[in-house]
Design a protein around this ligand. Structure first.
Ligand code: NAI
Length: 254
């Protein structure tokens, strides 16, 4: 079986992904700020917004990793610099730090969002975010005026994550390592209320249009599929799983 790292394994989509991967015979190494040992072989408690903690975690994790599901994330009810640190800069720091411990053919899956759909409109700020260290998230947020107003910190974190994933479509091609994003629409987890509270009219409009919100069970199998050897030709792209919301936005534009 494969060895799969799942961040955010203590709740919501991450917990369900750990459950599905374990059920499929993988050895799951879970990482979260909240201690929870369900559906994981080993659990590592870590704050993924802190550079030194991530460095220690990278050292502690074993070699021979076949997949990383970067699922831990914060809604924009958390401070803007924390949102950027966990959802973007910390995710990149962990992923890049783990590269030497990945097996050839490893698959990396990053949880983005329908909120990242507008990435093409944010290219200057995305370029400026390249190479920013996780411990410099607050400075970056201040310099680029990325605040929680309208949920901007969250939108930006997911826009930049989709762009980073696409940019790295060939980076580790020699080792067969590939990376993709999955972008859910609203999913019924403990943070759904936080989104409705902070993303304003757009979130309410989404909720009105959808027949139902997603559930973790809608996402876990998709993430597991992308981590599997059935998808080795899916590389550097974004897979929406949103009950039709992203195509609804595209159709509205025409
Ligand atoms: P959740 O709140 O149930 O799970 C997120 C997990 O991340 C929690 O267990 C939390 O402890 C962990 N986490 C937060 N900050 C951390 C830190 N500093 N260090 C380590 N772990 C930390 O939320 P959910 O909904 O399962 O979210 C998972 C991912 O899906 C997130 O990246 C989120 O942005 C994304 N997403 C969620 C949507 C939704 O409507 N629920 C929609 C689109 C994307």
């Amino acid at each position: 079986g494969k060895t799969i790292i799942v961040t955010g394994s203590a709740s919501g989509i991450g917990l369900e992904t750990a459950r599905v991967c374990t059920a499929m015979g993988a050895t799951v190494l879970g990482i979260d700020l909240t201690k929870r040992f369900d559906h994981v072989e080993e659990f590592y408690r870590a704050d993924l917004s802190d550079g030194a903690t991530i460095d220690a975690l990278i050292d502690a994790l074993p070699t021979g990793i076949d997949g990383i599901a970067n699922i831990a994330g914060l809604p924009p009810t958390a401070p803007a610099d924390k949102v950027l640190a966990v959802n973007l800069f910390g995710l990149k720091h962990l992923t890049l730090g783990l590269l030497p411990k990945l097996n050839d053919g490893a698959s990396i899956v990053n949880l983005a969002s329908l909120a990242g759909f507008g990435w093409a409109d944010a290219i200057p700020a995305i370029r400026a975010s390249e190479g920013v260290h996780v411990d410099d998230a607050a400075r970056f947020a201040a310099e680029h005026q990325i605040t929680n107003a309208g949920g901007r910190s969250y939108f930006f974190s997911k826009e930049a994550l989709i762009a980073w994933t696409m940019q790295n479509r060939w980076t580790w091609r020699d080792r067969g390592i590939r990376m993709n994003t999955v972008s859910p629409g609203p999913v019924d987890t403990p943070i759904l209320g936080d989104f409705l509270e902070t993303l304003g009219a757009r979130a309410e409009e989404d909720a009105r249009i959808m027949d139902r919100p997603g559930t973790p069970a809608d996402l876990g199998p998709i993430i597991a599929f992308l981590l599997s050897d059935m998808t080795t030709w899916i590389r550097g792209t974004n897979i929406p799983a949103d009950g039709g919301m992203s195509s609804n936005i595209l159709c509205d534009m025409h």
